[in-house]
Design a protein around this ligand. Sequence first.
Ligand SMILES: [Zn+2]
Length: 205
Amino acid sequence: MDFSSKLLEQAVDEMSQLPGIGKRTALRLVLHLLKQPKEQTEQLAGALQNLRQNIKLCKNCFNISDTELCEICANPSRVSEIVCVVEDIRDVMAIENTGQYRGHYHVLGGKISPMDGIGPSQLSIKPLIEKVSAGKIEEIIFALSSTLEGDTTNFYIYKQLEGTGIKTSTIARGISVGDELEYADEVTLGRSITNRIPFENSMKS
Ligand SMILES: [Zn+2]
């Protein structure tokens, strides 16, 4: 792409770093911003900067949060003894939208994927095991995607929990989960959490 302006080129280059945004789309977005009042771009830039500077990870569940303890962990009416293990905040949002779950979450921040160089130590697995070892949790619900990476991660955590006597379950398979968790319809997702099955059973199938 040949640009008559270095400033434009730079903005397009930055924008096209985003996933799913090619150079053409980036150019369209940048030109759109240029047509809008200046304040709109300032608000966008400000919101992103503010997000990066002030966002926290909940110290209990590692969910993205504005405060040290996220709203879910800070809510005394939530059941802290039941913990649903998910990949990221999108899964938390999807499950929250069902209105069927009153427990806590544990956000791993990804899945074990040797291909992408992601090992257990890069995920928040250790704090989860520590919470279980401290006797604060009664049940772990695995809600990762049924992909190879999701299964590997589930199994790794399951092995780590061996001997703790903790109850482990998984949300019913056969529905869209994991990468598609956020798109699964609320009724189906809600039902699969309510009708979760023992983790051991999911391994046999
Ligand atoms: Zn939290």
